[in-house]
Structures are given as C-alpha cells and as structure tokens.
Design a protein. Structure first.
Length: 323
C-alpha cells in the first residue's frame, strides 16, 4: 500500500500558483514534476525554475521540468493550475499523468473548471481547490511571490469519506513539506467565497489600474469594490451557496492585515498584454446572474471594459488571418 511519502505530484501550469506551491513541495522533499510551455518552459529546461520570495528563494533543478505529460509520467496528485481559458485543452493533454487513483486538484479561478475537467479526463477524480497567494511569472523561468495567506484549500466535490481520507493523505504530505493547506468537506462554499473575492478584486484592480490599497483609501472606489463583491455574493446565494452573514465585512477587515500595494493577476495579465480570465470572473458573474435573475451592473461594466483587451491578446497570439 502506498504511503504519504510515496505520493508523486505533477504541476500542470507552472505559473504563479503552480510554480510557487510546487516549489514548496519540492523543497519539502516531495516528488514533483513541473509542466509548462513556450519561453517559460525553455528557460526552466535550461536553468531550472527559480522562485523569488521574501520567505526565501527556491531553485528547482531542470531535471524536474517536463516538456510533456508523457515525459513526466504517472502522478498520484495533479495540481491543475492553468488559466481558465486553457482548461479544456490542458485537460485533454494530461491523460499520460493519470491512473485510476489519481486526484486532480483544480487551483484555478472561476466556478466551473472542475466540471470542465471531469468531462474530459478519462480516469482519476477531480477535487476543487483554491490558492491564496500573490504570485506571477516575473520572467521566463522565474516566479515572483510577494504576499497573501500563501495557503491552499482543497477537497472532494462529492460527499465521500473515502475521498476525504484520500484528501487527508495528500494534506499530510503537503503539511510535511511545509505547505500551509487544508482539506475541506465543504469545498463548494470555499470556491464561492474565493470566487466572489477574486472576481471583484481582479476586476476592479484591472479596471482602475490601482493597487488594492489605493482602492481601499478612496471612499468611492472602495464602494465600487464592495458593490462588485455584493453582486457576486448575490449570485452565489441564488446558486445555493451558504455563506455566513457578515462575510463581506470580515473580508474587508482581513484586507487590513496584508500588504495592499498589490494588484491582481488579472491586472498583471492586462499590463503585459496577455489573455485575460475575464470571461471566467466578471463574465461568469454576469452570465450566472442572468440565469438566476440577479442584476450585476458593476460586473457588466468590468466585462465590457476589459474583454476587448482579451480579444486583442487572442488575436495577437493567433497571428494575422490567413488569406
């Protein structure tokens, strides 16, 4: 029987989230393979993966970097960390990583990634998950991490003691490796709480180009952020999520504890002319709101203002149309 120490991890999408937590697992002694693509992959294959953090830098050797799932081989735990717009294509590629007992933990933004992965993968079980960290690709081969709770919460989508036991074994491996993590039996509510936060903070920081601290200092802009959260909370409640009264007040209180010179990954993607996860954030609030009869005017504005930048990035990536 396999022990916790034998668990093999694969990171699908070695960006800010996958790179940071995967590097922590590696430093803590876990067996981890890292998958990426493009210039980021080329740099890691040449020099390894470097994580720069105020809590200590980490260097993952190039030998742990794989160019494909087939090269990485089977894994017991897959941390699925690609951007939401790449969910289906990435899920179609990961079959060589999977065996019947593989747990695939989605650590993505949005509310339907787990279902999208489930529809595609031929084996294994999908868990929901959220990552609380501020991290991004600073340059090819380098992840910059600069704050936040630095924590993962994950758990099975179905109520199952067997799956919870599987989750607890993964949790212990993470804790042993020095990763702050939690296995939750109520992961759907956790996903909704993270979603209403990241959809609002991501959207408003990208829309205004302001840091979170600058937003909180301005009464008008702070009210805008609060309204964006209230819209997402209403959508969550209409979708059946149970979120405790006073949740938003608690969120704003917690924000005081962190370095609010920060901006969201959505802002950083916008600033670097990358594709945006806007359709999975404000776009999802608007879409679900319409389905549930909930008005979402703030997120409609955020979506309308930012989606042209996403489409421009997609067009640039695809190149000029062929005659």
């Amino acid at each position: 029987m396999q022990t916790r120490a034998d668990l093999r991890f694969a990171i699908v999408g070695t960006g800010g989230v996958g790179g940071y937590f995967g590097a922590l697992l590696h430093r803590g002694g876990a067996s981890v393979s890292f998958l990426a693509r493009g210039r980021h992959l080329e740099a890691m294959r040449e020099r390894g993966l470097r994580v720069e953090s105020e809590r200590g830098n980490i260097l993952v050797p190039a030998a742990r970097i794989a160019a494909s799932p087939a090269e990485a081989g089977e894994a017991d735990v897959v941390l699925f960390c690609v951007k939401s717009y790449d969910t289906e294509s990435a899920a179609r590629s990961v079959s060589p990583l999977l065996h019947d007992g593989t747990i695939v933990i989605s650590l993505q933004n949005g509310m339907d990634n787990e279902q999208a992965i489930e529809r595609v993968i031929p084996r294994g079980t999908v868990f929901g998950g959220v990552a609380y960290v501020y991290a991004t690709i600073a340059q090819p081969g380098v992840i910059a991490e600069w704050g936040g709770p630095r924590k993962i919460v994950f758990g099975p989508l179905a109520r199952s003691e067997y799956l919870l036991d599987r989750g607890r074994a993964i949790l212990q491996t993470m804790l042993d490796a020095g990763v702050d993590a939690e296995c939750s039996s109520e992961i759907t509510e956790v996903l909704w709480r993270k979603f209403l936060f990241i959809a609002a903070v991501g959207g408003v920081t990208a829309l205004t180009r302001l840091t979170l601290g600058e937003i909180l200092e301005s009464p008008e802009t702070r009210a805008l952020l609060r309204s964006a959260m209230e819209e997402a909370l209403a959508v969550a409640a209409a979708s059946g999520a149970v979120i405790e009264p006073g949740h938003l007040d608690a969120v704003f209180e917690r924000l005081k504890k962190y370095d609010n010179s920060l901006r969201s990954s959505l802002y950083h993607d916008l600033a670097h002319k990358r594709r945006l996860e806007i359709e999975s954030l404000s776009g999802a609030v608007v879409r679900i709101g319409r389905q549930r009869g909930i008005a979402t005017p703030v997120h409609e504005v955020i979506l309308a203002a930012l989606i042209p930048y996403h489409r421009r990035a997609v067009a640039a990536m695809n190149g000029p149309a062929k005659p």
